[in-house]
Design a protein around this ligand. Sequence first.
Ligand SMILES: [Ca+2]
Ligand SMILES: [Ca+2]
Ligand SMILES: [Ca+2]
Length: 232
Amino acid sequence: MRQNVLFSVAIAAAAGVASADTPVFFSDFDSGTPSEIGGFFTNESVQGFAGMGAAGGTSVFGGNLLRNDSTGGSSTATTLSLTGLPEHTHVSVSFLLAVIDSWDSTNGSVSPDLWRIEIGDDFYFETTFAITSGSVNYSNSAAVIYDAAGNLGWSGYGEKAYDFGLEPQIQNIPHTADDLTIRIYAHGAGWQGGTDESWGIDNLGVSVSNIPAPGTLALLGLSGLVAARRRR
Ligand SMILES: [Ca+2]
Ligand SMILES: [Ca+2]
Ligand SMILES: [Ca+2]
């Protein structure tokens, strides 16, 4: 059994297959914006978020972030486009989210203010935040960086922040294509953008992994070998 496992790992490496958890992108945005980033964004200071992170979190805010203060909707997304990914079955995404100024949740005024991340063509995660009005808020106590809604910068309204590396719903998402596009945007009938509401991300990372379906581990070596031969 031990030999079989080692054989599978060797074949996987030869075929360009992602191992346990392979990083394929990371940026802290402090020395500019990588070419993989597109769509709507400005690269600007993290202001009062500097040095802040979740207890037990993945990283802390520093230097610059990417901010999106557009009028909202999918056409105003901030995008990340990756190509030539190693073979994989799943993708995971990690970042710090700054929730900036007068968000009104789904039941405040003017609402709803919704925030969405699309990971590939078949998956999205959506939530809302209550800062100035409304009572519904993204609920993940482990991910909280700052939820006191004091003013940390930008216009005079308050801010919140969360570590989305600690959001289970955007870890290990089924995905197999060579290319991956991530789109992040706010939308909703209450979304105003500008100095009313905006958001920012720092320390954006993407990793891919191979997670065998139950009962398929013994076949991995054989399938890897076939894939490797076809490429030659
Ligand atoms: Ca940064
Ligand atoms: Ca503010
Ligand atoms: Ca609003």
